[in-house]
Each structure stands twice: as C-alpha cells, then as structure tokens.
Design a protein around this ligand. Structure first.
Ligand code: KG4
Ligand code: ZN
Length: 418
C-alpha cells in the first residue's frame, strides 16, 4: 500500500506539471520501480485509428509510451477506410511497441504480462494488434490479457485518482456513446447507448459536409475539435436544432437525426448564399455553435436521467458519488461545462481524464492490464487461442429497465456562460 501511495503521489505530481517530467524524475521513477520489484505491463491499442503502446508499472507509473495517430490521413480520405487503417497499423505497430519498450528501459523478459485491445473495434485493425501481441507473448513466453476497449476508457480515471466503485461513467467518442454503472473492473451495468451513431461520428460527418478541412484553422484537426474551435466564435442562437429523443424517457442516445437536421440547414444556407457544396459558408461558426450546443444538451439530458435512475435504485454511494466522462468527445470543454451543471445540481463529482488520456492510447490499455493483473482476472497463457470481437457490448444491458422507469427530468437550465 505504502509503495503504491508513494508512486501515485509521484505520478500525480508529474501529471500536474508535465514540464517537470524530465530526465531526473524519469530515472528516479525507473529506479523506484526496479527497486520495489513492481510488476510491469505492456499495453497495446489498435482498435481504430491510433497505434498505441505503453509500459506501466503496477502503481500506474508510465515508464515508456508511444503513439502513432492516423487522424491526418483519415481526414484527407474523408473518413476511416478500414483497409488503409489496417495498413497503417501494420506499418507502425513494430516501431511503436519498440519505442515504448526502449523509453521504459526494460527488456521483454522483465514484463509480467501483455495487455491488448481485442474488442470492440474495426476487425481489420483489431487483428493487427492481436496478431502482433500473440507472436510477442509466444516469443517471450508471457501471460496475455485481452482488453475491452470501452472498459479501458472507463477505468483510465483510476490511474490518476483513487475513484472507488461503483461510479457512473459516460463514454462519448467517434465510435461510441454509452452510459454505464461501473461496479468493478469487469462488472458494468449498461444504462443507455446510441441507437444509431456516436456524437464524434456525427460531428466528423458535419465537419466534412462543411468542408472544414479547407478552413485555415481546421485543416489538421478532427471534426469534433473543429466544431468546438469554430463554435467559440459562433452564436448558437442563430440556428435551432431540435434535441433528439425528447419524448423518450430513457438513457439511449441518437445523433443521426441531428446530423441530418444540420445537413439540411447547410444545404439551405448554400442555396441562400448561392454557393456550391464544398464552399466554406459564412455562417460556419454559428452552425458549429448550434450543433455543439444540441449535442451537449442531448448528452446532458440522458446523463441527468441516468443519475436520477441510479439514485432511485440505490446504485450510487451516498459518499462522493461520481460521474466519470471519457472518450474523444469528452475533451470538448463546452460539453464538460454542460455536464458540470448536471453534476452540480445532483451532487455528483465530475471527473474527466486529461484530453490526452480521453482519446485512444496505449496507456489506458496498459492500465486496464494492471487492474486485471492486480485482481488476477482474465489473464491467459501465451498458448491460449484468442479471437478479436468487432462488436462487444459493455456489461449487463439494463436499458429496458431504465426505459420502464420513465423518469421525467426536473427543469434545469443548461446555459453555458462563455
Ligand atoms: O476516443 P477517440 O480518440 O476514438 C474513438 O472514436 O474511439 O475519439 C475520436 C472522436 C472523433 O470523432 C473526434 O471528432 C471526437 O472524438 N473529438 C471531439 C473533440 N476531440 C475529439 N469531439 C468534440 N470536441 C472535441 N474537442
Ligand atoms: Zn476509444
């Protein structure tokens, strides 16, 4: 316990001031880890468009990490083409893992296990990470820990803060949108999920329809980031988009209808301004602001209901009940502020890992491996056969119970002051 606490303090200190993550502290960390004989885990992520690897000790100290992002390539091709993503993972995984290992100054023989995302995700991409990992563990005769990508997003926060179970978790990214109650490292109750697409996906599609790649400020950033950036100079009241699923008293999400509303507005404005699709509209900031607001509003309403459901069922602790928000879309400050209004009104703590850890990376996979190693859960032999699963629900699905409870929300002003 003492050793873990000391390392955690060190990590938090480093986390607060990244500039201080200098050679000295790095050497100190490594020496500390070696001296204490902490078990080490290599984490590998390839489920979507990031090739990530990290080496972490049992207390959550990152000894070495490396990340190769494919985002710029996919921006140019107008979305993720699975065969291109697969090829990029294939080209980079060896180097990324080697870099993480070299930066950690350890050899494969010092690892206690290798943890790799095997579900859910793009089949072709999961396959690259899994094949690489299986050959690696066979070669070095190491235990293998298969990881659920969403479970890893949900648990990342525990690497930074001692958040105890149960806690509520909202995961919003380009591929996912869900609300779940985390009761243990592999014990989740699914309260709601998207019925069509994820918020990041909807924003990426709108950004492409607006040709934001041509915008000088947005040419290298994701659609969601571009929407947030442009919205800062926009007036959300210039457009009104109907919030999705207002008459459904559950915690499910839907973003496809909103995306269509926005696209119809873009079409109308193009006609009014007499410009061809593909031309940057003059009202692009206002459209971004209005869309961002509606996305935030929808997410906040579903989250508010999930909190009330959990409270009514006695599922949350009375002391320090917590909402954890993660996934790429969780880096959006407007969405975070909207959620803060909800957690303040309901007495929950709102915790969001830093943006770097909200998006896909190898660190969160290594951490999930550490959590499983500590509890001795889901640790396989290097001789075991493992398959990837492109579709994999998170936990036990109780969305029907949430819907049956039909909780009506009390009035709450979701007004963000800039
Ligand atoms: O978690 P992530 O890296 O990958 C998965 O989808 O699993 O999330 C990427 C998604 C993209 O759709 C991107 O547009 C969105 O997160 N995103 C954002 C922001 N940063 C990234 N959406 C809204 N605001 C942001 N600041
Ligand atoms: Zn993700």
């Amino acid at each position: 316990m003492q050793k873990s606490g000391l390392a955690k303090c060190l990590y938090l200190k480093l986390g607060l001031n990244r500039a201080h993550l200098c050679l000295n502290s790095y050497l100190w960390k490594s020496a500390f880890t070696r001296a204490m004989g902490s078990r080490l885990v290599l984490g590998i992520e390839t489920s979507c468009d990031e090739t990530g690897a990290a080496v972490m000790d049992e207390t959550g100290v990152i000894l070495g990490e490396s990340l190769h992002s494919q985002k710029e390539v996919h921006l140019k091709t107008g979305g993720i083409i699975p065969t291109i993503a697969q090829q990029l993972h294939r080209e980079n995984i060896g180097r990324v893992v080697q870099e993480a290992m070299e930066r950690s100054s350890i050899s494969p023989s010092q690892l206690s296990a290798v943890a790799t995302t095997v579900k859910p995700g793009l089949a072709l991409c999961l396959g690259i990470g899994l094949d690489f990992s299986l050959s690696f563990v066979k070669k070095h005769q190491k235990p293998f820990i298969p990881i659920h990508h969403m479970e890893a997003h949900a648990l990342t926060v525990r690497m930074l803060q001692p958040v105890v179970f149960p806690f509520l978790v909202l995961l919003v990214s380009g591929g996912h949108s869900l609300l779940a109650l985390a009761r243990g490292i592999d014990d989740f109750l699914l309260l709601g999920q998207t019925l069509d697409e994820a918020p990041g996906d909807a924003m990426d599609k709108v950004a492409r329809r607006l040709s934001l790649i041509k915008h000088p400020k947005c040419s290298t950033i994701s659609g969601g980031q571009a929407i947030e950036l442009l919205a800062q100079d926009g007036d959300r009241l210039k457009f009104h988009f109907r919030p999705p699923m207002g008459a459904h008293y559950d915690c499910n999400f839907s973003f496809a209808g909103l995306r269509n509303q926005v696209k119809m507005t873009i079409q109308k404005k193009e006609a009014e301004e007499g410009v061809e699709p593909g031309t940057l509209l003059s009202c692009v900031n206002d459209i971004a602001a209005a869309m961002q607001h509606t996305v935030a509003f929808h997410i906040a309403k579903r989250t508010h209901r999930a909190i009330l459901f959990c409270k009514a069922q006695g599922l949350l602790p009375s002391f320090n009940p917590t909402l954890v928000v993660s996934g790429g879309v969780a880096s959006n400050q407007y969405i975070r502020k909207t959620l803060k209004i909800v957690t303040d009104a309901t007495g929950l703590d709102l915790l969001c890992p830093p943006s770097k850890l909200c998006t896909d990376n190898g660190v969160m996979i290594a951490w999930n491996g550490v959590e499983r190693l500590r509890e001795g859960k889901g640790i396989l032999s290097y001789t075991d056969v493992v398959h990837y699963e492109p579709k994999a629900p998170l936990g036990v699905d109780i969305t029907a119970e949430v819907e049956a409870a039909a909780i009506k929300l009390p009035p709450l002003k979701l007004k963000i002051m800039d």
